[in-house]
Design a binder for this molecule. Sequence first.
Ligand SMILES: *[C@@H]1O[C@H](CO)[C@@H](O)[C@H](O)[C@H]1NC(C)=O
Ligand SMILES: *[C@@H]1O[C@H](CO)[C@@H](O)[C@H](O)[C@H]1NC(C)=O
Ligand SMILES: *[C@@H]1O[C@H](CO)[C@@H](O)[C@H](O)[C@H]1NC(C)=O
Ligand SMILES: *[C@@H]1O[C@H](CO)[C@@H](O)[C@H](O)[C@H]1NC(C)=O
Ligand SMILES: *[C@@H]1O[C@H](CO)[C@@H](O)[C@H](O)[C@H]1NC(C)=O
Ligand SMILES: *[C@@H]1O[C@H](CO)[C@@H](O)[C@H](O)[C@H]1NC(C)=O
Ligand SMILES: *[C@@H]1O[C@H](CO)[C@@H](O)[C@H](O)[C@H]1NC(C)=O
Ligand SMILES: *[C@@H]1O[C@H](CO)[C@@H](O)[C@H](O)[C@H]1NC(C)=O
Length: 747
Amino acid sequence: MMRTNSSIFYFAIIFLLIFETRTQLSDESEFLVNRSETGLFHVPKDLSLKTTILDISQNYISELHTSDILSLSKLRILVVSHNRIQYLDISVFKFNQKLEYLDLSHNELGKISCHPTVNLKHLDLSFNAFDHLPVCKEFVNMSQLEFLGLSATRLQKSSVLLIAPLHINKVLLVLGDTYGEKEDPESLHNLNTESLHIVFPRRKEFSFTLDVSVSTAVSLELSNIKCVLDDNGCSYFQDVLSKLQKNSRLSNLTLNNIETTWNFFIMILQLVWHTSIEYFSISNVKLQGYPDLRYFDYSNTSLKALSIHHVVSDAFSLPQSYIYEILSNMNIQNFTVSDTHMVHMVCPSQISPFLYLDFSNNLLTDMVFKNCGNLVKLETLNLRMNQLKELVSIVNMTKKMKSLQQLDISQNSLSYDENEGNCSWTGSLLNLNMSSNILTESVFRCLPPKVRKLDLHNNKIQTVPKDVIHLKSLQELNLAFNFLTDLPGCSHFRKLSILNVEMNLILSPSLDFSQSCQEVKTLNARRNPFRCTCELRDFIRLEKYSEGMMIGWSDSYICEYPLNLKGTRLKDVHLPELSCNTALLIVTIVVIMLVLGMAVTFCCFYFEPPWYLRMLGQWTQTLQRIRKTSQEQLKRNVWFHVFISYSEHDSTWVKHELIPNLEKEEKLICLHEGHFDPGKSITENIMNLLEKSCKSIFVLSPNFVQSEWCHYELYFAHHSLFHENSDYVMFILLEPIPLYCIPTRYP
Ligand SMILES: *[C@@H]1O[C@H](CO)[C@@H](O)[C@H](O)[C@H]1NC(C)=O
Ligand SMILES: *[C@@H]1O[C@H](CO)[C@@H](O)[C@H](O)[C@H]1NC(C)=O
Ligand SMILES: *[C@@H]1O[C@H](CO)[C@@H](O)[C@H](O)[C@H]1NC(C)=O
Ligand SMILES: *[C@@H]1O[C@H](CO)[C@@H](O)[C@H](O)[C@H]1NC(C)=O
Ligand SMILES: *[C@@H]1O[C@H](CO)[C@@H](O)[C@H](O)[C@H]1NC(C)=O
Ligand SMILES: *[C@@H]1O[C@H](CO)[C@@H](O)[C@H](O)[C@H]1NC(C)=O
Ligand SMILES: *[C@@H]1O[C@H](CO)[C@@H](O)[C@H](O)[C@H]1NC(C)=O
Ligand SMILES: *[C@@H]1O[C@H](CO)[C@@H](O)[C@H](O)[C@H]1NC(C)=O
């Protein structure tokens, strides 16, 4: 169980819960009231009845009363740590039936009285002023108890017995400053817990005889071990550790805040080496003196992982090689030495079982593991935050690490000089983190061929060169916080699916990316100084066509140039196709011209506008004239019975066939040639005659159709310009007229 790992994790979950449920606004939502660090002297009275989580930590509250929280029937979590409460009656919570998490740590509690009905999962009474263990017989009914935090200056078997029937996940036991006077070494005998954390008194030399091995704990954590005066090699603590050898259940040991000598530190390692412990972690160590050169017995260990974190030593010159030898020859799988001032690490003297090495945050130089052929099993190496300078040395270092898959050399001062030598990484490397160095684009000529995940963020890369080696497996490339002016193309990394170019100097990404990076599923190009001109349209379109591809779209994609668009989101920029695409613009103009030209030509051929225009002119003239003479006058002016319109070519037929037949009945026939007034225009004459005739006869033939004057005559007649009755016009079809000959203006 991970319950050992403090309440931060727990709070994180709660926080998530709150966030989620609050946004959901469901009936069962958590209701958080956080009055932490608000200078309270009393529990606030104005709390909502809906409150499920109440944090009133870091205040000056000295008393808790039933009335304070009586109405909060939904209260589930109550945090009152870091206050000044001196006395607690657990019955104040008797009306808070839902209460399951109660944190009263870091108060001044000296006494509690118990109440049977409260059933908590988490009860923290640690870091208080209790003399005896604050345990009462009612605790036995807290069957759900998972965490119990206690503090005392005196441990008694009888108190521990009261909670012995419970199966608690984790017990935190804080021993007060005066602990140890009348110590009962066996007092933890019946403690039934998975995980036990004992905090010894601070600033006190370790002189306790408490047997921590007697509990059922699988995981043990001991804090505050000070052991500097004891010339016998810290015999008390040595005793405690020796007893651990008898307990074969124990698998995890954590030591915290140790102040001791180099010799005893190595002795601690040696003692733990021969226990059943598999995971050993030491943090916050302060060391004095010098180690004596002694043999270290690595045999018969159960240890799988050792982690040493944050060590300071007051010695100026140490027998470094001795220490490095002890460390490098450890026969374990996982080894962490972080945040120490370690400047070097030697190669193990024989094939090492190390699978995972974490030497982050030290002072290691390029000499680390130089020419080391004994780390052939190593899969993960972390050299983050050291003093590495030349990439070539690191490449050389990996050469013989045949299994190395992950290498983290971020946060160093690495640079790569192409002239320094060959760049042949170990072929097995899959995951390389070179972020936060001073690498330039030359690094692209020095990459492991099979790498899948490459982190180069925060370097000095200006471009991704075109002549880089092919990285066939590269899937994830991080180039954020560099000086790129363009998106890289993927012609050399065909499988790239995640690309990060956040915070570079990309103004307008070129087409190369969208053309060659088909496989990219996720692109992070946030916070670049985009120039929102036509060149950017392809980039904006990229998001449109592959929705969700760009991380942080659209709020983090802002125009920087031109100035009138500064601050506008790319999403909101409108760049019309026409103004951006020169070819399209030209094509459009040409097309429009063509269409116009064609339309004009078409009209000329099809509608014969000149004819219409002339006709319109005549018509208006005539209309003006007509307006002058009234309808009465018109009637009086009727001179002829029939007006015959025909083509000159048909005149023979008209004169010899039509007229003789007509004149049998009608005396007054008008033929244009005989009655035209030479002083007037032809159209005027036509209108005149039409107007003076009762009926019009049109002799239709192909010839007629081709005669312009006939058209006018027909047009005027058809539009009944001068006559209202519809039988005014008569047609005689002299010869059939082929359809194609008939002008469209013919009604
Ligand atoms: C209340 O706020 C403080 C900081 O103001 C925070 O540390 C704490 O985690 C919050 N409590 C809860 C229950 O979220
Ligand atoms: C525990 O609960 C049981 C049943 O609810 C009750 O009989 C018993 O008295 C309780 N024990 C204590 C010590 O309160
Ligand atoms: C022991 O430590 C390891 C590594 O930190 C962890 O995975 C494991 O859960 C721990 N076991 C217990 C019982 O706490
Ligand atoms: C290691 O174990 C073997 C047998 O399991 C035993 O003979 C040997 O004495 C042990 N060595 C130590 C140093 O405990
Ligand atoms: C060693 O560490 C790696 C990475 O943290 C982890 O995956 C692995 O389980 C660890 N192995 C052991 C034996 O603790
Ligand atoms: C890399 O290693 C080879 C031998 O394996 C050596 O000759 C060369 O000098 C080394 N280069 C650097 C920069 O350490
Ligand atoms: C590389 O290391 C940095 C810290 O130096 C870390 O923030 C980043 O997540 C690492 N990258 C990968 C891909 O793990
Ligand atoms: C560089 O590498 C090539 C091919 O891997 C090899 O032939 C050549 O000898 C190497 N040169 C040096 C100086 O290591």
